[in-house]
Design a protein around this ligand. Structure first.
Ligand code: 3MF
Ligand code: MG
Length: 354
């Protein structure tokens, strides 16, 4: 297949890309078992460079497996060892996310569990994630608040729950003066409703924290869409607050389960607008990664189960090209004349390449 050559650099910007090891996965879903063999972490690490990625997103237990069975010293030691390995391979740890949603101790949520002992576990595990990030050489913690929410509203006190989440964020900030916390909002799934469902909620919590400059957001395309919002507007909101510190680009075909499709695969125009907003807002100029959170289709054979990653990166780069070659003069003219029908045609024809 002939491939158009595109550059994702220019205007002083060279985008760097990241993904998490969970993005290379076995294809299990709630209705069926794995359909591909697991790939060892070391093998996944080799894939990064091969696929043109530099940044690695970590869960705490991606970095240190079986984390709960190890002493704090052991956890730090293993994280430090991995940090050295990454540096030797020229790979960058982008962030660490405490995986609070899989432990038997977080069945009812972590920070917002109704059980104080479970809240304490979530708290301590998050502080440990901060230590892991430091040992790996990353300043970023991501909080995806997976089970911090409810199946039925009456089961938790939502007002107090927001306070518990803020307490945990403050504790992380105080635990390490260098660390930044990025909240990755998602409105639902696994919960019926999650607390902190949008970037607006996340940023309002950030301002209440002990150090608002160190609390920001990571926006995932699909999560914004599941909230019925436009991902590019959500990104613009965070950029306006100087709080868009990472993204999970992917795509989502309407309001259904979180699909994590390849970026741009469901809606080209939304992808165009996300890239347009990121470019215009200077995303990446302070070292931010263009992060992906994408799943390969369950039907994909094992021999090409990373195509969703290279495809997403390529679609992003092609969109950068589309954004940079958009006729800005014609755009300005349409806006000046309040002729948005003409603007619509300009955009659609540009995307269609006519
Ligand atoms: C949620 C996330 C991750 C999840 C990952 C695996 C950082 O959208 O980005 O948390 O763990 O998607 O399901
Ligand atoms: Mg995500």
């Amino acid at each position: 297949m002939a491939r158009a050559k595109v550059k994702a650099s220019g205007k002083g910007r060279k985008y760097r890309f990241s993904f998490g090891p969970w993005n290379i996965h076995e294809g299990a879903d709630p209705f069926g078992p794995p359909v591909r063999q697991p790939i060892a972490f070391a093998k996944k690490l080799k894939k990064y460079r091969e696929l043109g990625f530099e940044g690695i997103q970590f869960h705490d237990d991606d970095a240190v497996p079986d984390i709960d069975s190890k002493s704090p010293q052991q956890v730090r030691k293993e994280a430090a060892r991995l940090g050295k390995l990454l540096a030797n391979e020229g790979l960058v740890p982008e962030f660490v996310a405490p995986r609070l949603w899989e432990s038997p101790k977080t069945i009812d949520g972590g920070f917002t569990s109704n059980n104080p002992a479970e809240r304490k576990y979530a708290f301590q595990r998050s502080l440990q994630a901060v230590d892991i990030a430091a040992e790996l050489g990353s300043k970023n913690i991501v909080l995806w608040l997976a089970r911090e929410g409810t199946y039925i509203r009456e089961s938790k006190n939502a007002r107090l729950a927001n306070g518990y989440i803020l307490d945990a964020i403050n504790a992380m900030l105080e635990h390490n003066p260098e660390i930044r916390v990025m909240i990755e909002p998602k409105p639902n799934e696994p919960m019926d409703h999650a607390y902190v469902p949008t970037i607006g909620h996340a940023i309002s919590l950030a301002y209440l924290s002990v150090d608002p400059n160190r609390v920001g957001g990571l926006i995932e395309t699909a999560h914004a869409k599941l909230a019925g919002l436009d991902p590019s507007d959500e990104m613009a909101f965070a950029l306006f607050h100087k709080k868009l510190w990472s993204v999970h680009l992917n795509d989502q075909n309407g309001l259904k389960f979180d699909e994590d499709k390849s970026f741009g695969a469901a809606n080209l125009r939304e992808a165009f607008n996300q890239v347009r907003v990121l470019e215009e807002g200077g995303f990446g100029l302070n070292g931010e990664f263009v992060g992906l959170d994408v799943k390969v289709m369950r039907t994909q054979k094992a021999n090409n189960a990373t195509a969703h990653l290279s495809n997403s990166k390529r679609f992003f780069e092609l969109m950068v090209h589309k954004v940079r070659t958009f006729n800005r003069k014609a755009e300005a003219e349409c806006i000046k004349n309040r002729d948005y029908e003409a603007l619509e045609r300009l955009v659609v024809e540009h995307l269609l390449g006519v």
